[in-house]
Design a binder for this molecule. Structure first.
Ligand SMILES: Nc1ncnc2c1ncn2[C@@H]1O[C@H](COP(=O)(O)OP(=O)(O)OP(=O)(O)O)[C@@H](O)[C@H]1O
Ligand SMILES: [Zn+2]
Length: 631
């Protein structure tokens, strides 16, 4: 039986509302106190509070929440000594702190009531979550009868802890492929967790943490799970952004709770994803630091210092912005091991594809090696996604095994997005056809350009038409003539629009091309020393310094140099532009024919394109490998 939504809401809404009020008010004197007349909206970090205490500015302290939260009355020198109220998060019950406060003559008032109050407080803290969870569970059961298998991860329902714990991840090193070096380094961490005696016996201090550095989707989470899986220990995880979201003060207590739970479950592994969200350099935000985040970070540092490596807890953190991390995090005794996890090379991609092909039916015409060669730049997550898309297409087409054609379609989809419906409107369609054939013809006739794989008018993602190129190899070095060829090719679309429809008719469709090619031309001048300014580096790779919320100005050179850079960039682009227009003019007859064919067929593959073009002009020879695209 399925209950209609209205009935579900009718039952749950009142429960939620009543629960909320009970929770807010009646049942929880603590919460009422804090939200009543004792509110202090200004927060003070613990460090500042100690400073205030030292300089005798603190007059009174009200303690709540078992001594973890304090409302502090202190004189504010900036407001000519008038008394202000601040809210401070204190570390776990600290007798030293209390005696220190007493010594400096601070009036202390504890609002944690006796047993009675504690029970009410407990009830208040529990009842709403329980009601809420009950209601959610009810909703979930009702609306999600068809849901998947039993989930292994569980979220701690306690209002403060938002981390996940898996008692067994069930993931082994065999499930992580193409990152052999990282795996080798992390193998040792498994031993730390499994046989700490081996290290402590000879007096070695076991490291506490390792930092995995790499772009999204390269398997950092997977690897951390595999360490826990191999060692057979529980896996705790939280994302840095969850530490700092929502209410002030919650972050630090989440860190505390996480470590508390971890200590109870040692040996275990803690995984902190996106650590840069909490771990940014302190005090770097524009207009002062972010107190909330810094408090959380301080708490994390304190917790990491607070246990010995041989307690059996290992912390693995992941980031793709190691450059913004607070140096305190990277000091010995914290995340002192840094392991980079990069996008896989062709061999890595083959082994990742092997892992994900394990449970899929592939027809014999599919070669994982050739998929790997066609997918430079794909991460593990992209490859997993690719095979899954292919499997879905196969099922949709009612075939019993994945064939080459599903793989082809899945690659296109993963690279360029979902296929759309082709245009019918013939004028815009014709313009797009000229634009794409423009890219393709330059790509074919400029010797240093990668060869065309196919031209299509079937829209994908944002693009109305696409030209795919096959890069000649997985290149790390690109020559000046190759860069110029790419800029010319990227201008091919716009040049064709201009030559065929006239300057007044050009469209915004070339916007993406122009952005790409301008960036390339600029890099030639400022980074690769490929202009008249000579072999000088005028900008570093990450020239934009990310500080807190904003980008800093990057100028490291004078205005005069800046305008010379602009002039050089313009000259490169202008040369390539003239060249592109010339090629279009010289091949107008062939282009008109190719455009007609493209409008009729919607897709022309590279061989057919070259075949037709060769009837009109000579085509330089090139090698062929994997696809890239130009929209
Ligand atoms: N090296 C790999 N071997 C096998 N599968 C992989 C690999 N890398 C990624 N995958 C697949 O991609 C999925 C996502 O990867 P994962 O979440 O571990 O990446 P990540 O680096 O943690 O990314 P993010 O930084 O976005 O969290 C994995 O669950 C797995 O299916
Ligand atoms: Zn284009």
């Amino acid at each position: 039986m399925k209950l209609p939504w209205r009935v579900i809401l009718l039952w749950t809404l009142p429960i939620l509302v009543v629960g909320f009020f009970l929770w807010q008010g009646t049942f929880s004197p603590n919460a009422a106190d804090l939200s009543g007349n004792n509110t202090a909206n200004t927060r003070l970090s613990y460090g500042r509070f100690l400073e205030y205490l030292e300089s005798d500015r603190v007059q009174a302290v009200d303690l709540y929440d078992n001594g973890r939260t304090a409302i502090v009355e202190a004189s504010d020198p900036q407001l000519s000594g008038s008394v202000q109220r601040y809210r401070v998060d204190l570390p776990e019950n600290s007798p030293e702190l209390v005696s220190k406060m007493r010594k400096s003559g601070v009036e202390i008032d504890s609002h944690d009531s006796g047993d009675n109050g504690a029970i009410w407080g407990l009830l208040g803290n529990l009842i709403f979550p329980v009601l809420l969870i009950g209601a959610l569970f009810f909703l979930f059961r009702r609306s999600n009868n068809a849901g998947g298998g039993p989930g292994q991860a569980m979220n701690f329902g306690k209002s403060r802890a938002r981390f996940q714990m898996e008692a067994k991840t069930g993931i082994l090193f065999d499930d992580v492929a193409g990152v052999d070096e990282a795996k080798e380094e992390l193998q040792e961490v498994v031993t730390f967790l499994k046989q700490p005696e081996r290290f402590t016996a000879v007096g070695a201090k076991i490291p506490k943490g390792a930092l995995l550095i790499g772009p999204p989707g390269t398997g950092k989470t997977l690897m951390a799970k595999a360490i826990a899986g191999e060692a057979g220990v529980p896996f705790f995880s939280i994302s840095g952004s969850e530490f700092v979201e929502m209410f002030v003060g919650v972050g630090a207590s989440r860190v505390r709770d996480l470590f508390k739970k971890a200590k109870e479950n040692a040996p275990c592994l803690i995984f902190i994803d996106e650590i840069d969200a909490v771990g940014r350099q302190r005090g770097a935000g524009i207009g002062g630091g972010n107190d909330e985040r810094e408090q959380t970070l301080n708490q994390l540092l304190t917790e990491m210092d607070g246990f010995e490596g041989n307690t059996g807890i290992i912390i693995i953190a992941a980031t793709n912005r190691p450059d913004v991390l607070d140096t305190a995090l990277l000091r010995p005794g914290r995340f002192d091991r840094q392991i980079s996890v990069d996008a896989p090379d062709v061999k890595g991609r083959v082994s990742i594809l092997n892992v994900h092909a394990r449970n899929k039916k592939l027809s014999p015409d599919v070669s994982l090696e050739s998929i790997a060669r066609r997918t430079p730049g794909f991460t593990g997550a992209d490859l997993a996604n690719l095979l899954n898309e292919a499997a879905i297409l196969t099922a949709r087409r009612r075939k019993d095994a994945i064939t080459l054609s599903e793989i082809d379609d899945a690659v296109d989809r993963v690279v360029a997005g979902m296929e759309g419906t082709p245009l019918v409107d013939s004028k815009s369609k014709r313009l797009i056809a000229y634009h794409e054939v423009g890219h393709a013809i330059i790509g074919t006739l400029v010797k240093e350009h990668d060869p065309v794989q196919k031209v299509t008018l079937i829209p994908r993602g944002q693009a109305q038409g696409l030209t795919w190129f096959t890069p000649s190899e997985e290149q790390t070095l690109v020559s000046r003539s190759q860069l110029k060829a790419r800029i010319t090719g990227a201008l091919g679309g716009r040049a064709a629009e201009e030559e065929v429809f006239g300057d007044a008719e050009v469209t915004s469709g070339a916007g993406g091309d122009l952005q790409q090619l301008t960036a390339m031309a600029r890099q030639m001048v400022t980074r690769f020393g490929m202009s008249d300014l000579g072999p000088m580096s005028l900008e570093s790779q990450n020239s934009e310094v990310f500080l807190g919320g904003g980008l800093m100005n990057r100028s490291e050179y004078s205005e005069e140099i800046a305008s010379r850079i602009d002039a050089q960039v313009r000259e490169i682009v202008e040369q390539c532009h003239q060249n592109a227009r010339q090629i279009i003019r010289d091949n107008r007859v062939a282009i008109d024919r190719l455009v007609d064919l493209l409008i009729e067929k919607e897709t022309i593959d590279g061989d057919e394109f070259r075949q037709i073009l060769s009837e009109y002009t000579e085509i330089p020879e090139k090698e062929q490998y994997a696809p890239q695209l130009q929209s």
